[in-house]
Design a protein around this ligand. Structure first.
Ligand SMILES: [Zn+2]
Length: 568
């Protein structure tokens, strides 16, 4: 409920015309006649959704307080819808106003009520002392009743949230938003700006990236953890995120405590580190987390998978001694190259960002951090540019700029060398001599954001994903109904072998069925006609070579297995 409280010399109003047709059914106690009240507190009132008879207590208490303060002789309850854009139902509003009138009268206050649901003319003279104009927002103390909307209002909201804003006229043919729609991979909705609705096929792609990531990280000795989505403000005060990135963070509350929706995985990882004592024998300790993070972006800059608010970061933190840092950095560089190579992305160049003006840590620490990063880059014979003063406030970093097969460059992978968060979180380990020491820490991400990475490779492949990640591996088509049993058997066998296989047994012409499957970029189209049934074979058309071959199903499975194993 919103109120504007005006202490006036006088107010005069008149109900001119019904604004609500059924107003007489809602209340018989409305008086539209001309009325003047002097020396009054006028309480302009808008009853909002969620207000109930419980709100009346607060409302009346508020009025009593102000009446006492300004020494008003009369009170006018004046329904005034313009104070809110979230108005409650008229029936509830009238009930609340009538109840408030009763309560105020009981408290021996002289009350008048302007009619609800009428267009009114009014004139008033505000006294102009410091307390003569007070606005208040009244929230009921408990038991808020949120009413379900009417059917009409629901239909209006549904129309509003169903609007698709994707204007494809200005997008390139290989734009991942167009491919995503054609292939039924993902979608976007105004209900969740900058967040992705993953459809089965798109989620398959994302899961494949994750599966591959897990395979390599397991091999390289990484652990994997998962930390909570919202965490107490105190944690973010320690890490520095609460104040430093305040405008780009989502905040929420729980039992009167402030919480932050995590914009980064690191602080949660620090807490996990601290749960057990560590010694030099645990190092290097490599801990991965595929964590959902949220960062506020202006809605105007959001763009498909490239710029999102919610995304998964393939984070990992490596805790080690200063001596181990260089070797570990080298391993991260190798792993990054391996992953990028798999997707045919080339490293265009890397940037080494050095100490910024505003930083924490001593000059000696920064000398060490920068020197170490430079040594590694030289040893790995990598082309790099120095980005002077562009490091994070807690450490220097290497940023990768990648080149896709279309010649575009992207920044994805990052490696940061941090000596500061371990200090902020008081991380320790025992060295060989049993002395307590501070570890150093590397933050690194290879895909960067899984969403963005997927957007890049979708455009690079033009939706023609290699078989090992493809959501549309095989489509089985029938020439006519008589082949259906055989074709279904082929489809089921491929499914049982673990492939992504779909069927089109419709009565469309075979030409049309092939065209549809091509639009969906199936790697292989399997056609079954009477000849194939007789010979116990299938006709296989390859998307990439365009070749059409007849073969036994078992040979086709062998071909698919080989292609998947080779990550082609
Ligand atoms: Zn981190």
């Amino acid at each position: 409920m919103k109120t504007l409280n005006l202490h006036v010399d006088y107010i005069e109003w008149e109900g001119l015309k019904k604004a609500l047709k059924n107003i007489d059914e809602l209340s018989s106690k409305q008086d539209p006649a001309k009325k003047k009240v002097v020396e009054a507190l006028v309480v302009m009132t808008a009853v909002e959704k969620g207000d109930s008879l419980e709100t009346v207590e607060e409302y009346v208490k508020n009025i009593e307080d102000i009446v006492k303060q300004v020494k008003a002789e009369n009170v006018v309850l004046y329904p005034y819808a313009h104070l809110s854009r979230n108005l409650g139902k008229p029936s509830v509003a009238i009930e609340i106003l009538e109840e408030a009138e009763k309560k105020l009268k009981k408290a021996k206050i002289k009350v008048f009520r302007a009619p609800f649901g009428y267009y009114k003319s009014f004139e008033l003279k505000v006294k102009g002392h410091p307390l003569s104009e007070l606005s208040r927002e009244i929230v009921s103390s408990g038991g808020e009743v949120i009413e379900d909307l009417g059917e009409k209002e629901r239909a209006r909201l549904l129309r509003e949230i169903s609007k698709s804003r994707l204007d494809t006229s200005k997008l390139a043919e290989n734009d991942h938003r167009i491919i995503g729609r054609k292939m039924d991979l993902w979608s976007f909705s105004p209900s969740a700006p900058g967040m992705v609705f993953w459809h089965d096929r798109g989620l398959h792609l994302k899961n494949k990236l994750i599966e591959y990531w897990r395979e390599l990280h397991r091999r390289d000795g990484y652990e994997e953890i998962s930390t909570p989505q919202i965490m107490d403000r105190k944690l973010w005060e320690v890490s520095g995120h609460w104040s430093k990135f305040s405008e780009s963070n989502f905040k929420t509350t729980y039992e009167g405590r402030d919480f932050l929706v995590k914009p980064m995985n690191c602080p949660g990882g620090m807490l996990v580190y601290k749960t057990t004592p560590k010694t030099y024998k645990d190092f290097p300790l490599k801990v991965g987390e595929l964590g959902w993070v949220h960062r506020i972006e202006l809605s105007g800059v959001l763009s498909g998978l490239f710029r999102v608010i919610q995304f998964v970061q393939d984070d990992a933190h490596i805790f080690c001694t200063e001596k181990q840092a260089e070797g570990e950095l080298g391993k991260v560089i190798d792993l990054t190259k391996e992953i990028l190579d798999t997707f045919g992305l080339k490293i265009h160049h890397v940037e080494l960002s050095t100490r910024p003006e505003k930083r924490i840590g001593t000059d000696e620490e920064w000398d060490f951090v920068e020197k170490t990063l430079e040594n590694v880059l030289k040893k790995k014979k990598m082309k790099y540019k120095i980005n002077k003063g562009d490091g994070a406030f807690y450490g220097a970093k290497i940023d990768y700029h990648l080149e896709d097969s279309l010649g575009r460059t992207w920044q994805c992978s990052t490696i940061q060398f941090d000596v500061s968060l371990p200090r902020r979180f008081d991380l320790t380990y025992l060295d060989e001599k049993g002395n307590e020491k501070r570890p150093v820490m590397l933050h690194r991400t290879i895909y960067g954001s899984l969403e963005r990475f997927l957007g890049i490779i979708t455009e690079q492949y033009n939706g023609k994903f290699p078989l090992w990640i493809s959501p549309n591996q095989v489509k089985v088509l029938t020439m006519n109904d008589s082949c259906e049993d055989y074709a279904l058997d082929v489809k089921d066998k491929l499914f049982d072998e673990g492939f992504r296989v779909e069927k089109d047994f419709s009565n469309e012409s075979i030409g049309k069925k092939v065209r549809n499957a091509s639009i969906e970029r199936f790697n292989y189209i399997v056609t079954v006609g009477e000849d194939e049934v007789k010979a116990g074979e299938i006709a296989v058309k390859s998307r990439d070579s365009g070749k059409l071959e007849k073969m036994k199903l078992v040979d086709f499975v062998g071909l698919l297995d080989g292609e998947v194993a080779g990550k082609k």
